[in-house]
Write a protein that binds this ligand. Structure first.
Ligand code: GAF
Length: 388
């Protein structure tokens, strides 16, 4: 892969000078959904699918970007003096946003670069192709310009650029997982304090299987931002009766005791999900550490029900995939993963049931929706970095 990318880079931009290589993974979240902007816990891991980048510093202030995934766009040229988002800029709004965010945070970038990108994460599938690209560019800037910055700081800058440049009010989970991933481990992250620990997800007799519904419903970003606003509204009401900073501060019992303070019924449902999902995530990680994978699976299933009924971020196609998975012996747990409204499910499937899972879920999904699902039996990899 590296050789092919290097060859393409040289063909596009010429072969002189020092050329550097980078890789940044995608992520899958096992449990803890829509908790990261509610002060709760998440449990994502980095994939070996991800985004490759090749780059070289320039002497002038020009920025040239090329993606092998969007070849029709050709080389997109801009400059450090033109870091404003535009529809015309397409995918390059992400790298531009990260450079803009570095500058906003006081890091000086005074020279341009030539960049080649190639991604293996299916776009718009909820596996964080954008966070992967953002963190990739962060690592690139750190390396090319010798910037002193830690990986969690790069994750925060990625989130900052997505919030303020690209207009999606996402939490920190995706960028953090992409930046801080560790082989065979998921990251148990408290999004309120950014304290984290790794927990092994190398299961001796089961695999993590991602199923791509291949559907993405429109208005994803605006629906996402709506959920965030509804949660914030619920928090404000609860703060009138409870001394809390975030929904993550409440146990289920405390929520039940105070929930009538939330005036709007929809906002009450959103807050219920955020509180219960956070507690479920804490319990799921404990179960995993005690090798109680059955309990972990049950909590994944409960997470799906809550995302479907209370947070309302699922959709017909995803519910069909999850229902089909739940019917299969050997499926330990299955749920929607990521922001929602389409995208992927994540399932934990016993080794000897994986083939049957792919066949039955694939067939059932095709019959019920007419769509061809895609399956990835995934490896859990390391976070973003320089490729030597
Ligand atoms: C998207 C967001 F980018 C994350 O921050 C997170 O909120 C997730 O949806 C839902 O858990 O991936």
């Amino acid at each position: 892969m590296q050789n092919k990318l290097m060859e393409t880079f040289k063909k596009l931009y010429g072969g002189e000078g020092e050329i550097h290589s980078y890789f940044s993974p995608g992520r899958v979240n096992l449990i803890g959904e829509h908790t990261d902007y509610n002060g709760g816990h998440v449990f994502p891991c980095a994939l070996t699918l991800g985004t490759y980048g090749i780059a070289r510093k320039r002497e002038d202030r020009k920025l040239r970007f090329y993606s092998m995934n969007f070849e029709k766009l050709g080389i997109v040229e801009t400059s450090l003096d033109d870091l404003v988002p535009s529809d015309k800029a397409g995918w390059t709004n992400y790298p531009k946003g990260v450079i803009w965010a570095f500058q906003k945070k006081g890091f000086e970038i005074s020279q341009g670069m030539d960049v080649l990108i190639y991604g293996t994460i299916p776009n718009g599938s909820g596996l964080s192709s954008s966070a992967s690209l953002e963190v990739l560019i962060g690592v690139m800037l750190k390396d090319l310009f010798g910037i002193e910055i830690s990986m969690p700081e790069i994750a925060l800058i990625g989130q900052y650029s997505e919030n303020n440049y690209n207009g999606c009010n996402c939490g920190i989970m995706d960028q953090f997982a992409v930046a801080m991933g560790k082989k065979d481990c998921a990251i148990f992250l408290d999004t309120n304090t950014l304290k984290y620990e790794y927990a092994s997800v190398k299961l001796p007799d089961a695999k993590i299987v991602i199923t791509n519904s291949k559907v993405k419903h429109s208005l994803v970003d605006s629906a996402y931002n709506d959920r965030r606003n509804e949660s914030e509204k619920a928090l404000k009401d609860l703060q009138k009766v409870a001394d809390i900073d975030t929904l993550g501060d409440l146990t289920e019992e405390e929520f039940e005791a105070h929930k009538d303070a939330i005036s709007d019924e929809i906002c009450r449902k959103r807050a219920k999900h955020a509180v219960y999902e956070n507690q479920r995530t804490i319990r799921a990680v404990k179960a995993l550490k005690e090798n109680n994978i059955t309990e972990f699976g049950k909590l994944m299933n409960a997470s799906h029900v809550s995302l479907r009924d209370d947070y309302e971020v699922s959709c017909e196609e995803i519910d069909i995939l999850v229902d089909l998975a739940w019917e299969i012996d050997g499926v330990i747990g299955s749920r929607i993963t990521g922001g929602g409204f389409g995208g992927c499910t994540v399932s934990i499937v016993k080794n000897d049931a994986v083939d049957m899972f792919i066949e039955k879920v694939g067939q059932g999904y095709k019959e019920k929706t007419g769509h061809e699902a895609e399956f990835y039996v995934v490896e859990i990899g390391d976070g973003a970095g320089v490729v030597e």
